[in-house]
Design a protein around this ligand. Sequence first.
Ligand code: G6P
Length: 489
Amino acid sequence: YENQDGRPSRQRLLVVANRLPVSAIRRGEDSWSLEMSAGGLVSALLGVKEFEARWIGWAGVNVPDEIGQKALTRALADKRCIPVFLDEEIVHQYYNGYCNNILWPLFHYLGLPQEDRLATTRSFQSQFAAYKKANQMFADVVNEHYEEGDVVWCHDYHLMFLPKCLKDYDSKMKVGWFLHTPFPSSEIHRTLPSRSELLRAVLAADLVGFHTYDYARHFVSACTRILGLEGTPEGVEDQGRLTRVAAFPIGIDSDRFIRGLEVPDIQKHIKELKERFAGRKVMLGVDRLDMIKGIPQKLLAFEKFLEENPTWREKVVLLQIAVPTRTDVPEYQKLTSQVHEIVGRINGRFGTLIAVPIHHLDCSLDFHALCALYAVTDVALVTSLRDGMNLVSYEFVACQDAKRGVLILSEFAGAAQSLGAGAILVNPWNITEVANSIAQALNMDSEEREKRHKHNFSHVTAHTAQEWAETFVSELNDTVIEAQLRTRQ
Ligand code: G6P
């Protein structure tokens, strides 16, 4: 086999995630243009020498006709991607419904939606049925492409049923499952009507991974309290079969950002931004426009800071990049209006004819623009209400070796466990505390900034995405070998 760089590798890795790392745009009946996205997982697997990765997932578009499906399958094959085709109804029930309206808020401690809390309604039942059906569709595609010896790595809350579906096909398949969100306290998980079925399906995997030790601990507690199974230091045991459970904190491809800063185009962007915001300190937020990111709370804290610190009013600007996401889900539509209203109010209160305190953009930025923004920022504000890890905080640190800006970081982001000593940690629900932290960050002396930055920079450059992927896959291989040895004894 060959890895992504064309070097020989010893094992094939099938990476299964709800979304393929490409965006596909239809150009004609049988032609597609594809753009590879450079999210965390993609960069994690680029440059890993040990295995040849194939991607299996949904391309994010509805392709009802066979000609279109065949053409897209061919186009994706060049990128080592294999599509799972989901029709509109399944996307509505599985992706918008069960994944994004039920599991996502629940895992981030926002509870179940009202209408489903009242009773196990028909909509809940049909969404769960669609979830299982979609997971089975992913499993069918994996099974079609699986060869003995392959490692299958399932990702995220969309695919909790997948380990079970795969093991039903072949109990010898090496299956790992990794959750990119928090796993909540067992007291939260037990409110979910399908709590037990989901846990059992995940336990079919050989290795189950989380970003932090706490999430792993919550998962083990859910299995012991809800299923009555035995938790051990290695994981969860059910009738002599062990599912290994452990923490594998993800990282970023820090070199890509550090090298990126030398690119002339980025340097040009940096120069333009410095001129544009000369004389003002730059504060930055980069978030998907999602309720878990705590954008309204962040804006309210910034408003309070401006109220209480009139001398800073014309000397600071907050650039908030809010990347639109899941726009078909009503909760996300409501959030967008709420955020716009708050931004409008603050700019109306504190803006002048010359300048406004908040530049809010509903868009995503390309890599060059993002690097440049990170590099000119004085204070980054990551105030998620809950967040599996939050790699924006890592990307900011990677781009700050010249400036040594300050990171304000929510204690409820997984990243707080790794960058906590260098960042100013805050409770994002406490608006006063966040407002005070903004003042502390803007006034921090260079010695203190240097000390904090060094701590974070050495963590971000040492714990990379590549290392994360290699560790998970080698642990999965070892887990399966150990299990085989145990059954032979
Ligand atoms: C989170 C999830 C990912 C998901 C991403 C974007 O980071 O953990 O699995 O892909 O959000 O959300 P979307 O719904 O657009 O795929």
